[in-house]
Write a protein that binds this ligand. Sequence first.
Ligand SMILES: [Mg+2]
Length: 271
Amino acid sequence: MEHLFSAWQGIGERIKTARQILLLTDFDGTLSPIVGRPGEAALPEDTRRAVEALVSHERVGVAVVSGRALSDIRNRVGIRGVTYAGNHGIEIEGPWLKFVYPPAESLRPVIRRLHSSLSEVLAGFEGALVEDKGITLTVHYRLVREDRVDELKRICEETVSRLRSEGKIRTTEGKKVYEIRPGVLWDKEDAIVLLMSGWISSTGGNASLAIFLGDDLTDEGGFKVVNTHEGVSIYVGEPGRTTAAHYFLRSPTEVAEFLQRLIQALGAPPT
Ligand SMILES: [Mg+2]
């Protein structure tokens, strides 16, 4: 895995010559630094200006693909013209695509009931937060004492195990989060496939260069999809982790710098 800026000459050239560019990006830990309380995560100001410049560029489409609820990610980024994919891509809304994965929609009542049971069993855990995201839910434990995390996970497992063995839900783990999703096989990578094909048809079938940035395990499938289409896959974090991404950037700060370089390569005035 190579640092993106070491490979910049070649990539900058591909950006210059591409007819269309589709920039796909995760939010938490990628555009925005990870914070203790998920409600406090915000888009840094220079990143915001860069995304605004990119989305208004005639050769560029921008989609933010997040595990957050659609309404949450849309409000938190709040830039017109950006396509938002929430709940790991189960819900998508934007200028060239509007979509809800139907089997997930029908499992909404199951998720709602599980939200009540988990809130009840975890009520005594200081720092634990059970977030209702409509179609999915997330247990945040970043603020839970280190020596109580195993117990918290055990309680989560006990609470969900029956529904999971019935196939109604599935669970995934991310950075200090335990996520419960409807038992459907629809992930960020499926959303990315859909976003890419939608973008290609909305731009008249022109070949597009796809770029995807992400920082977590749930982003790995997206790296693979983009690699298959000869795009640019970028892992955000320190190198050393096993990842399908071809390039890395160390932090959301470096992501902001990458966006500036992208704007310059496109020939738009810097923000
Ligand atoms: Mg992330």
